[in-house]
Design a protein around this ligand. Structure first.
Ligand SMILES: CC(C)(COP(=O)(O)OP(=O)(O)OC[C@H]1O[C@@H](n2cnc3c(N)ncnc32)[C@H](O)[C@@H]1OP(=O)(O)O)[C@@H](O)C(=O)NCCC(=O)NCCS
Length: 84
């Protein structure tokens, strides 16, 4: 569970991985339902998932599970020193 400025607590799920030979058997669907149940029990208003912009397979999976885009994630590398 992650606290934020939004007073309603929400849950986050990251790094869901199913072994390639076990895919399309409903494993991830069952895992996500299980996590949704735990999050709901703990008072989360939403379950937020994070996946790569180009990971169309994972996006298709999450859409099939009822998830929809609601934000744009942005980042900046801090490995190179600022030049200005
Ligand atoms: C995304 C992932 C977790 C899905 O796991 P899974 O156990 O195969 O998913 P399910 O069997 O529960 O799929 C349920 C439904 O989601 C959709 N779906 C799942 N994988 C899909 C794919 N590759 N392409 C299109 N739709 C897909 C389908 O509608 C599927 O139902 P169906 O098989 O009856 O058509 C799995 O492909 C995976 O581990 N990928 C690599 C890691 C990754 O990208 N993780 C997510 C981001 S962190």
């Amino acid at each position: 569970m992650t606290d934020s400025l939004d007073p309603a607590p929400y849950a986050e799920l990251t790094d869901l991985f199913v072994e390639p030979e076990a895919r399309r058997l409903g494993v991830a669907s069952r895992l996500v339902k299980y996590v949704e149940g735990i999050a709901r029990e703990r008072g989360a208003s939403h379950l937020v998932v994070l996946t790569g912009q180009n990971n169309t397979e994972a996006q298709a999976f999450y859409r099939s599970a009822g998830y929809e885009e609601y934000a744009v994630a942005m980042r900046k590398s801090l490995k190179v020193a600022e030049t200005r």
